[in-house]
Design a protein around this ligand. Structure first.
Ligand code: CA
Length: 232
């Protein structure tokens, strides 16, 4: 296989590192491993990678610090793979620019699925030279300020449109409540999260076939929302 996806695994647990590197290599990915944050930043600044799998509890620095440093210069998809299942850690990682999170223990199928999502975001970014977002039957024409479903123009309120734009521009990425309310209302007080739910419900009614089983916007309970890149 040419053009293999290069994955950097940052993990200090040798067994998990070995498991990831063996399975991912067997599935056609090119893998490099580092066991601390300093090495990871060094590797990323000297070589070219497509995706980072990052443990949060590292021997030399906190994984969130690693994310902040990477985000100073790179937009590479970062999937946090963490043993900590507290929401605050996940949210802090996402707020600082991680794309997604996976809690240990995880299944290899789950890991592979998350990598495929990150890869789709990657190809979406490289295609996004044009200013029209296409995802399944959904189209957002940013310069025109309009959105379409199955070719029919959607009648959206300004907030619904802003919400759809924010999610589509970050498609594939989990956006936290704080991130979204801050972008939409310029602050993030608790009542905004309640308003966000209301606007999200009305947006979903307009774009989802079945709001109980949304196809485009996924809910991450206690965390936020993600626009799913629908398979073509
Ligand atoms: Ca660790």
């Amino acid at each position: 296989m040419n053009n293999k996806t290069n994955i950097l695994v940052v993990e200090d647990d040798r067994q998990i590192r070995k498991l990831m590197s063996t399975t991912l290599s067997a599935n056609g990915y090119s893998i490099e491993c580092t066991n601390d944050g300093g090495q990871a930043i060094m590797a990323l600044s000297t070589k070219s990678f497509d995706i980072v799998l990052l443990d949060l509890g590292l021997p030399d620095m906190d994984g969130v610090t690693v994310i902040k440093k990477i985000r100073e210069w790179s937009n590479i998809p970062i999937i946090v793979v963490s043993a900590r299942d507290e929401d605050s850690d996940k949210i802090s990682a996402l707020d600082n620019g991680a794309d997604d999170y996976l809690t240990k223990p995880f299944s290899i199928e789950e890991l592979m699925a998350r990598i495929r999502v990150a890869q789709r975001r990657l190809s979406n970014i490289s295609e996004a030279g044009d200013s029209v977002f296409k995802n399944g039957d959904l189209v957002v024409d940013y310069p025109a300020g309009t959105a379409y479903l199955k070719g029919e123009e959607l009648s959206l309120t300004p907030i619904e449109y802003k919400l759809l734009t924010l999610l589509s521009r970050n498609a594939g990425k989990v956006l936290t409540y704080t991130y979204i309310t801050d972008k939409i209302w310029g602050n993030s007080i608790d009542s905004d999260v309640a308003s966000l739910r209301v606007f999200m419900a009305s947006l979903r009614k307009k774009i989802e076939k079945d709001t109980a089983h949304p196809e485009y916007i996924q809910t991450h309970i206690g965390t936020g929302y993600r626009m799913i890149l629908v398979k073509k």
